[in-house]
Design a protein around this ligand. Structure first.
Ligand SMILES: [Zn+2]
Length: 444
């Protein structure tokens, strides 16, 4: 596989098979905004549900919330986003394009006569760099005035911080405990790209873990290891995963320690999850700006302290892209090329394809009954069109782990063949045992 065009092939497959479409495509698309199609929405839901299960259901020290996208504008003053969430940008007065000031394509010095635009090529039309806030701004209520400005949240974490006392008091948790949330966030990125990797609208899966100061380093190590293991358990190739520890000069101002989890995409190693020791920065800022005490009183030791926060922040869209890229294979099977998505069965959009070998002798009726039975528990695709080989290939491309074929023998002894997507092994299974057979293999 030549790496240069693997990404193009994956993008093309994603559209052809209904994983990802460009937003508003019939109007020419909207820059770096994407829609999930029938298979993509299932893949992403499976990943989100698996994350939620591991965070909220399998532990008794984490609670879930779903905070609103719109928040009080003072939240973003306290968080530092109003003053600090900015990029230096350069405008071309000739072609109206906008660039990050560190764009390697810029030649000369922006704001000076030798500054050259990489798009229209003219010299002397680039402005000097100006700071540009990455938050999307809108107005609440009928009047478009400064007092009515609200922002689309640029991160979901703040909805957790401002609700920390509400959750603590209503759930009867004690520190250490965590709050998990899945939700959309928005950043007006100037150079988005690489398909769904960097987009202006995106979904985050974040868990903020509140700990006693002094216990933060132990929890940071624990969460760092747990999050890497989670990706391995989802079936992501371990050799394509690595940690990137932030050097002191890379650390955000609020962080004491930070590790990225990176995946080796066809376009290089890139971060898709971050584990951060945020200290008491966030609660300290909200305590200061809101004037409300956010300290925790330990009911046993009677100690009062502002908890430290260890955060795990995972991009849902990035994770879906990791899963898609990691599953993609071009193989040769019985002398024929095939494209297959080798998803872990637990995250595969469709679990079973059901096929009558021929469209006669009552086989379609039996196959439809089997499909209806499986549908009570899992997504199923019934297909009676074309040769059986072609039908297998179509499901290989969708990443469907099992193919069930109803043939002549089925009519005699009520067994079907189950084809394994990866090993191509065919196993005969009694039709009334099929649901249990597949269920045990897609669990996990
Ligand atoms: Zn220009």
């Amino acid at each position: 596989m030549a790496t240069a065009n693997v990404m193009d092939k994956i993008v093309s497959l994603a559209k052809r098979r209904g994983f990802v479409f460009q937003s508003s495509e019939i109007y020419g698309g909207l820059g770096s905004v994407w829609d999930y199609g029938p298979l993509g929405v299932e893949l992403k839901r499976n990943l989100k549900e698996r994350w939620w299960r591991s965070m909220v259901y399998e532990r008794d020290d984490i609670e879930g919330i779903d905070a609103a996208i719109l928040m009080h504008p003072k939240v973003w003053e306290a968080s530092g986003h109003v003053s600090g969430f900015t990029d230096p940008l350069v405008d071309c007065k000739q072609c109206k394009n906008r660039f990050r000031a560190d764009d390697p394509r810029l030649k000369g010095t922006p704001g000076e006569p030798d500054g050259q635009c990489p798009v229209c090529g003219t010299k002397g039309n680039l402005t000097a760099p100006r700071m540009f806030n990455l938050m999307f701004k809108t107005f609440m209520g009928p009047v478009e005035e400064v007092a009515a400005v609200v922002y689309l949240r640029p991160e979901t974490a703040q909805g957790i911080y401002v609700n920390y006392l509400n959750v603590l008091q209503s759930s009867r948790q004690r520190v250490p405990f965590g709050i998990a949330q899945i939700g959309k966030a928005f950043r007006n990125e100037i150079t988005p790209g690489n398909f769904t990797f960097r987009t202006r609208e995106f979904e985050q899966m974040e868990m903020q873990f509140f700990v006693k100061p002094g216990e933060d380093e132990r929890w940071f190590e624990e969460w760092r290891a747990a999050r890497m293991q989670w990706h391995v358990d989802v079936g992501i190739t371990p050799s394509k995963l690595r940690f990137h520890p932030h050097a002191p000069d890379e650390l955000a101002h609020y962080a004491k320690a930070a590790f990225d989890i990176e995946y080796e995409f066809p376009f290089g190693w890139h971060e898709f999850e971050g584990i951060h020791n945020r200290t008491d920065f966030d609660l300290g800022r909200h305590q200061e700006h809101s004037g409300k005490k956010l300290e925790y009183l330990d009911p046993v030791t009677k100690e009062r302290f502002l908890p430290y926060i260890v955060e795990t922040s995972l991009g849902a869209d990035r994770l879906a892209l990791v899963a898609l890229v990691d599953a993609y294979r071009e193989e040769e099977v019985e002398g024929e090329p095939r494209v297959v998505l080798r998803f872990h069965p637990a995250i595969a959009p469709i679990k079973v394809g059901v096929f009558p070998l021929v469209k006669k002798d009552g086989m379609p009726e039996v196959a439809m009954r089997i499909a209806a039975d499986l549908r009570r528990e899992m997504p199923v695709f019934y297909d009676d069109g074309g040769s059986i080989g072609r039908r297998y290939r179509r499901q290989d491309e969708a990443g469907t782990p099992f193919g069930v074929t109803v043939d002549g023998q089925t009519l005699e002894d009520q067994t079907v063949t189950v084809r394994d997507r990866d090993t191509l092994q065919q196993t005969r299974v009694a039709a009334d045992q099929l649901r249990a057979f597949v269920r045990t293999r897609i669990a996990g």
